[in-house]
Design a protein around this ligand. Structure first.
Ligand SMILES: Nc1nc2c(ncn2[C@@H]2O[C@H](COP(=O)(O)OP(=O)(O)OP(=O)(O)O)[C@@H](O)[C@H]2O)c(=O)[nH]1
Length: 161
C-alpha cells in the first residue's frame, strides 16, 4: 500500500492540533487540548486508491523554531502550511462578524491563490475544524499532491537516463 507522510506547520494557535484531532476523531474538541499525539496514522481512499496517511503535528511557538526543521526529513511527502484567515483571537464567528462590520478583511481566496503561486505550493484550500468544513478535502488533496509529485519525479528520472 502506498504510504504518504504529511507534516502540518504554521504559527502558534492557528489550529494545527485541532485540525488533526478533528480530522482523525471526526469531532471538534469541546475543551482545549494542549497537545495532540505528535504523529497519527490512518488509511484513506483517494481516487480509488487506499493510502496509509501518516500525519505529524508541529509546535508553532517560537521557542521550537530550532527543533521544527527536524520534522522536514526526506521521508516527508507533503507539508501543509496552515494559517488563520483571521487573527487567532478572531476565530469566533462573532468576532469575525465584528471585523467585517469594521471593514477589516480576512484573507480571501484570491490572496491565498496568489500566495500559492508565489511560494510554488500546490494548492490553496480553506477549512474549518469547528464544523469539519473542507477537512477531508485538505487531506485528500495532500495525498493527490504526493502521488502526482512522485509520478512527475519518476518520469523526470526516466527522461534523464
Ligand atoms: N472557532 C474555531 N476555533 C478553532 C478552530 N480550529 C482551532 N480553533 C481554536 O484555536 C485554538 C488553537 O488551536 P490549536 O490547534 O491548539 O493551535 P496550534 O496551531 O496547534 O497551536 P500550537 O500548538 O501553539 O502550534 C484552540 O483554542 C481552538 O479552540 C476552528 O475551526 N474554529
Amino acid at each position: 500500500m502506498r504510504s504518504v507522510r504529511c507534516v502540518v506547520v504554521g504559527d502558534s494557535a492557528v489550529g494545527k492540533t485541532y485540525l488533526l484531532f478533528t480530522y482523525i476523531k471526526k469531532i471538534f474538541p469541546k475543551e482545549y487540548i494542549p497537545g495532540f499525539r505528535d504523529t497519527y496514522s490512518t488509511q484513506i481512499d483517494v481516487d480509488g486508491q487506499t493510502v496509509s496517511l501518516n500525519l505529524s503535528d508541529t509546535a508553532g511557538r517560537e521557542e521550537y523554531d530550532h527543533l521544527r526543521p527536524l520534522c522536514y526529513t526526506n521521508q516527508v511527502n507533503v507539508i501543509i502550511i496552515c494559517f488563520s484567515i483571521a487573527s487567532p483571537s478572531s476565530f469566533e464567528n462573532e468576532v469575525l462578524e465584528k471585523l467585517r462590520e469594521q471593514n477589516q478583511t480576512t484573507v480571501d481566496q484570491q490572496q491565498g491563490t496568489t500566495m500559492v503561486r508565489q511560494i510554488k505550493a500546490v494548492k490553496y484550500l480553506e477549512c474549518a475544524s469547528v464544523n469539519q468544513d473542507g477537512l477531508d478535502e485538505v487531506f485528500d488533496e495532500a495525498v493527490r499532491a504526493s502521488i502526482s509529485h512522485s509520478t512527475t519525479t519518476k518520469n523526470h528520472v526516466h527522461c534523464c537516463k
